[in-house]
Design a protein around this ligand. Structure first.
Ligand code: ATP
Length: 514
């Protein structure tokens, strides 16, 4: 389970590598920072997460359709969307350690680790002192120590907001006033804060033909916006309707640590829902609920999720919230849900000179729709699943095991077929069963080593069931099914195996919960 534990992230990354989930990109050349490759088990888990999202979003919603837009887009797209001028992070370098940081993140960390922690400590102390009679809200509103810290937080947040709007000199002043030191060297010798654009650029066509600077898309959403009318017209869509897309996005992140949480090449699963102006608040609430239900149906632990509503809204948004997950580094953004108004479509209208409007036959009027966006990082979702699944267990007999309790519908393999011994016709019988099961499930076959070790190998990659073929199987056509989580074993007829596995591992059963 998720713990606030720096070590846990290292353990998960180590396990992910050892068992073929995630490798460092170009490892034989000492790796490329913040780029990762998904191995044989990782690609299966990733595909299953995509399938769960796509089916829940597109297949199960009559009014949502899919799209697969190209990564390269006309450069004006990014001018219109505001990314050329404003997709910046404020960076600062430490002159002694030569390390680079995000100025806003350092200030936010200061608030969380110094001031918010102080408040939390006061609350814990008071909870103990007052017991049942403790009224947290009243305490937060009246305790002088809490109020002092809260005022400081508000003041810092206020300056941070202004700094992010362009007052970079004050961001530096704030870092110096708060006495923030480089976590690596302890030095407080900082450069000025500078803006850093996160888009990667490249050139279209050969230089001889006259190069044209284009960008790798930093989000998939714009591919949806520029295709709004194409899809609406050819799909005869009526508002409200949505367009969903899964695809790669690229950001030249200033700091990219924390394994696959922050990468420079990553994958997004985004859906833009087009609504009538004025109805956006209702749809925003509706999508918040739908999306949190999608997460909770997986069973990764309800306490591992929380909403973080944005108080400082981006210029194009009239409401925004993050779904945060309890990662090993603490609660962090997993998904964003944004009410983006008509900002994007209007901007594309202006820059392209083409109308991007919907003609509402009921009201006999044309309008630019408002948009609710849900945007989740596939890689972050992958990390959330690994975090919740990673379990070190001591069994009743005192032995230890490492088991990945991945939700069965997402597990890379649903079942491993194992002959108890590598002789007496058991492998032949096991392969017969395997051939049948392979028609429905992603299966493993393993006949090497003692059965206990083979079970452990399946536990380590999260296979929810093992079907074991023994001598009795040859006599009465039965096998045992071992459950990864409670270690129970039941004996069933070979004919029943398919049904039993489908009941417990299928995507349908997961989707039925929504
Ligand atoms: P953050 O504040 O963590 O940088 P963001 O607010 O910039 O994220 P959005 O622009 O809202 O993120 O992107 C939507 C989703 O895409 C995020 O919720 C996250 O899951 C994912 N995402 C964004 N940047 C990255 C990245 N560098 N690596 C992996 N996933 C990312």
């Amino acid at each position: 389970m998720a713990q606030n534990d720096d070590n846990l992230l290292k353990k998960i990354a180590g396990h992910a590598k050892e068992y073929g989930f995630v490798f460092q990109s170009s490892e034989i050349y000492d790796g490329l920072s913040a780029a990762y490759d998904y191995g044989q088990n990782g690609v299966e888990l990733k595909n299953n997460i995509k399938e769960y999202w796509w089916k829940a979003m597109v297949q199960m919603n009559e009014h949502i359709v899919g799209l697969d837009a190209s990564i390269f887009m006309h450069p004006t797209t990014w001018k219109a969307s505001g990314h050329v001028d404003a997709f910046n992070d404020p960076m600062i370098d430490n002159k002694d350690s030569k390390k680079r940081y995000r100025a806003d993140v350092m200030i936010e960390d200061y608030i969380a680790n110094k001031l918010q922690k102080k408040i939390d400590k006061e609350v814990t102390k008071a909870e103990k002192r007052f017991g049942e009679a403790f009224d947290k809200e009243q305490f937060l509103a009246t305790n002088p120590n809490v109020l002092r810290s809260q005022t400081k937080i508000d003041e810092i947040n206020d300056r941070l907001k202004k700094g992010m709007e362009g007052d970079l000199a004050d961001l530096k002043a704030l870092i110096e006033e708060l006495g923030i030191a480089d976590p690596v060297s302890g030095s407080k010798n900082w450069t000025d804060v500078r803006q850093f654009n996160l888009m990667f650029s490249t050139e279209l066509g050969s230089l001889a033909e006259g190069a044209n600077k284009i960008y790798l898309r930093p989000e998939t959403a714009q591919g949806i916006f520029v295709n709004f009318l194409n899809v609406q017209k050819t799909g005869r869509m009526k508002i409200p309707f949505g367009i969903a897309q899964i695809g790669k996005a690229f950001r030249n992140e200033i700091i990219a640590r924390q394994f696959i949480f922050r990468m420079r090449e990553f994958e997004q699963m985004e859906m833009q829902f087009f609504v009538k102006p004025g109805e956006q608040k209702e749809w925003f609430e509706n999508w918040k609920e739908k999306r949190i239900n999608w997460h909770k149906a997986l069973g990764l632990g309800e306490a591992n999720y929380r909403f973080h509503d944005h108080l400082n809204l981006a210029h194009y948004a009239d409401a925004a919230t993050d779904v945060e997950f309890n990662f090993p580094m603490g609660f962090k953004e997993l998904e964003g849900i944004h009410s983006r108004t008509d900002f994007d479509l209007k901007a594309h209208e202006e820059h392209s000179g083409k109308k991007l409007q919907f003609f509402d036959t009921a009201d006999n009027e044309s309008y630019v729709p408002y948009v609710i966006e849900t945007s989740i990082g596939l890689d972050r979702m992958f990390l959330a699943v690994l975090t919740a699944a990673y379990t070190e267990e001591t069994l009743e007999d005192g032995s230890e095991r490492l088991v990945m309790k991945i939700p069965a519908a997402l597990a890379p393999y649903k079942v491993a077929v194992l002959p108890l011994l590598k002789k007496d016709g058991l492998p032949e019988k096991a392969r017969e069963i395997l051939l049948e099961l392979q028609l429905d499930f992603n299966c493993q076959y393993d006949e090497k080593d003692a059965i206990g070790r083979r079970y452990r190998r399946q536990d380590a990659i999260g296979t929810p069931f093992c079907v074991t073929v023994d001598h009795q199987s040859l006599e009465d056509n039965t096998v045992t099914i071992r459950d990864r989580d409670d270690l129970s074993q039941i004996r069933v007829s070979v004919d029943e195996v398919r049904g039993k596995l489908a009941e417990r591992t299928s995507m349908q059963e997961l989707l039925r919960k929504l």
